[in-house]
Ligand binder design. Structure first.
Ligand code: ADP
Length: 398
């Protein structure tokens, strides 16, 4: 069954058409600047050339229409008609406590997703717009919602509660939710396959290190803790996000710089992380890496603080699970940055970890990068959230 996977942002829409049985990506692309001047669709059929077309898209319905036209185009399309698309899988950022699994989208589900809007005001409304646009153009095609938060719903109370008055949880559902769940689920499962062990028997730590970054602890196939919280701001130092800070800093800066809460939140989300630590050198880890190798003080500082936080959380999760069998690296930095992996693993010798530096330099494969003697295994597993969404969608629709 061919599944159209849709990841809808406020002004962008990423899509992939995936054959859920063969796991092949048949075509993929991106609509950008939806509702803004200069909107553009890029489309790449498998094995074909990428084509970019600047064309007006007033809203997401028009964007989806263009996507469907591209997929069925006589010359460059990959399917003859929309009948060859069995279902649509939507990436939804926040499912709150309501969704611990992917689900077929009904009117009731749509309402429940809407109720999570206040937990993810930047993302969920855009995700809903994507669902409604697809429903309009493909009224008879089943739709499935796959949530970024779902995999983390197995966290026990002691991991998801904050040390706040319990009424905040009771009344407003303020708790830790975690994100990147589809990636953490995919990578941890894949790691067990690569190791040839039963998923249910393993203790796995997944380091999803991209622009946004999070770590999760997966014990016996279930997530028991993760670094992101109520929002994606908590936990690791990221491209532009601060990660964990003392909350009293917010009050301190408000007084010092006469800033509003909104302005400070903007700093924490967009101007902090390695960007802020490097004195605005870059939020892109490639630039930070280049600066690190060149011995630039600001880049070395940003890299060291980033790496130290990763090491600390790995240590915390080894404690949380009472041990670890495998540590996985994934996403932009985790998959492509041998330096980060080397720096992190240097501090894990106490776990009997020794990297094979030659394997650590390889790219694009599911790979064990520790030596055979290494007691704990370290793996690089390229994440594939779209495939995971396609597989879950196909499974529910069948
Ligand atoms: P997101 O999905 O959160 O935007 P990605 O998983 O795409 O993030 O990761 C983006 C990050 O990965 C960027 O900071 C980028 O610099 C980094 N990255 C990509 N390639 C490399 C590389 N070869 N070496 C180091 N970092 C890389």
């Amino acid at each position: 069954m061919n599944i159209l996977v849709v990841n809808c942002g406020s002004s962008s829409l990423k899509f992939q058409l995936i054959n859920a049985e063969t796991e092949d990506c048949i075509a993929k692309g991106l609509c950008e600047r939806i509702g803004i001047e200069g909107s553009m669709i890029s489309y790449t059929p498998a094995g074909g050339e990428k084509e970019k077309t600047v064309t007006p898209m007033n809203d997401h319905t028009e964007a989806i229409r263009l996507v469907l036209e591209a997929l069925t185009n006589e010359k460059t399309g990959v399917v003859k008609s929309l009948d060859e698309i069995g279902a649509v899988g939507h990436r939804i950022v926040h499912g709150g406590e309501k969704f611990a699994e992917a689900t077929i989208i009904t009117d009731e589900v749509l309402k429940a997703i809407e109720e999570c809007n206040e937990l993810a005001p930047l993302h969920n409304p855009a995700n809903l717009i994507g669902i409604n646009a697809c429903k309009k153009l493909m009224p008879n095609t089943p739709m499935v919602a796959v949530f970024d938060t779902a995999f983390h719903q197995t966290m026990p109370e002691e991991a998801y509660l904050y040390g706040l008055p319990y009424d905040y949880y009771r009344n407003y559902k303020i708790r830790r939710y975690g994100f990147h769940g589809t990636s953490h689920a995919y990578v941890s499962k894949r790691a067990s396959e690569v190791l040839g062990e039963k998923y249910e028997d393993l203790k796995i730590i997944v380091c999803h290190l991209g622009n946004g970054a999070s770590i999760s602890a997966v014990k016996n196939g279930k997530c028991v803790d993760t670094t992101m919280g109520l929002t994606p701001l908590e936990g690791l130092i990221m491209g532009t996000r601060s990660g964990d800070i003392d909350p009293a800093i917010i009050e301190f800066i408000a007084h010092k710089e006469n800033k509003s809460i909104d302005e400070i939140m903007n700093v924490l989300n967009k101007k902090s992380g390695v960007l802020g630590l490097s004195d605005n050198l870059s939020s892109d880890f490639r630039d930070i890496e280049d600066g690190y190798f060149a011995g630039q003080e600001n880049a070395v500082r940003a890299m060291n603080v980033f790496v130290y936080r990763v090491i600390k959380y790995i240590g915390a999760y080894i404690a949380a699970m009472n041990g670890v069998d495998a540590i996985c690296f994934t996403a932009g930095v985790g998959e492509n940055g041998p330096l980060v992996r080397t720096l992190v693993c240097k501090n894990l010798e106490y776990m009997g970890i020794t990297l094979d530096e030659e394997l650590n330099q390889k790219r694009g494969l599911d790979l064990v990068i520790t030596t055979p003697e290494s007691k704990t295994k370290v793996l690089v597993i390229p994440t594939n959230e779209e495939l995971m969404i396609a597989k879950q969608t196909a499974q529910l629709v069948k």
